[in-house]
Ligand binder design. Structure first.
Ligand SMILES: NC(=O)c1ccc[n+]([C@@H]2O[C@H](COP(=O)([O-])OP(=O)(O)OC[C@H]3O[C@@H](n4cnc5c(N)ncnc54)[C@H](OP(=O)(O)O)[C@@H]3O)[C@@H](O)[C@H]2O)c1
Length: 263
């Protein structure tokens, strides 16, 4: 299936590694031009060079710390200055930490809300006026299945995800008449740097090994494995495409069958 993404322009946050980088790679392979954002300039430059060399697309980088209030406007401006428009926004910046609820300090909760929730909200708020002007837009929020099925040791991220699912649902309805669609992608545990770090921290604090801690999660996953970032990147590309044009305010779950329930 041709996703009809050639020559589109996508802005991706969290693009220096993990699910954002995997989404960027899939979109580049489809011929989409890219604006890559994250804090690590060197990682963004390396990503950019690789994608240009492998796929011949145009790529600009927009380094930014999305916890800074006005920064999303400058990221969007960098994209508009380079390409004249932004067709797609993929929000993948996030770094929520976890732990035993009674040991998790305020700062961890605040960081999760500031980056994942407010970072995503501010990026959408900055890009939507341009999409409305173009009468077209696709927004994919990489959220997480813990927003539907909270994970006891990952509650700051679970709460952030639940908030983003609510915003995605409501905004999908608001923007539907304008041909701007907004969907969430809910991965389960996926083998990225973030996941590896989370497991290392949980192992350290519990005095167990990483495989033991990780099996607490995989034992609950019917497919009995983590997802690979590329699997999630392909779904982000699908949701970014015209092929998903009748979906909005929806949530696509990709968690190896972990999340229970049908609603
Ligand atoms: N991996 C999983 O198992 C999983 C499952 C469900 C949902 N998710 C969600 O998917 C999203 C991506 O996760 P991931 O696993 O790909 O994580 P990751 O490998 O740690 O990548 C996170 C990305 O966010 C960027 N970032 C972190 N802090 C930032 C800040 N202050 N400002 C701007 N960018 C920032 C990082 O780049 P810099 O450090 O260069 O800024 C990086 O590109 C997160 O929201 C996560 O909650 C992940």
């Amino acid at each position: 299936m041709d996703l009809l993404l050639k020559d589109k322009v996508a802005l991706i946050t969290g693009a220096s590694r993990g699910l954002g980088a995997a989404s960027a790679a899939t979109l580049a392979a489809e011929g989409t031009n890219l604006i890559l954002s994250a804090r690590d300039k060197d990682a963004l430059t390396a990503q950019s060079k690789k994608l240009v060399a492998e796929h011949g697309v145009r790529v600009v980088t927009a380094p930014a710390d999305l916890t800074q209030v006005a920064i999303s406007d400058s990221v969007v401006k960098a994209g508009i200055d380079a390409f004249g428009r932004i067709d797609i926004l993929v929000n993948s910046a996030g770094a929520s930490q976890g732990g035993l609820f009674w040991e998790v300090p305020d700062q961890v909760w605040q960081d999760s809300m500031e980056l994942k929730v407010m970072g995503t909200i501010r990026m959408m708020r900055a890009v939507i006026p341009h999409m409305l002007e173009n009468k077209s837009g696709r927004i994919v929020n990489i959220v997480g299945n813990t927003g539907v099925q909270p994970s006891p040791r990952l509650l700051p991220g679970s709460a952030a995800n639940a908030a983003l699912l609510a915003v995605t649902r409501g905004l999908g309805e608001e923007l539907a008449p304008h041909n701007v669609i907004v969907n969430a992608l809910n991965p389960g545990p996926t083998r990225t740097e973030r996941w590896t770090n989370l497991m290392a921290k949980q192992a350290e604090s519990s005095g167990r090994t990483v495989p033991e801690v990780e099996s607490d999660y995989t034992d609950q996953i019917p497919m009995d494995r983590l997802a690979e970032p590329e699997e999630i990147g392909r779904l982000a590309a699908f949701l970014s495409s015209e092929r998903a044009a009748n979906m909005t305010g929806a949530c696509l779950t990709a968690d190896g069958g972990w999340t229970k329930g049908i609603g």
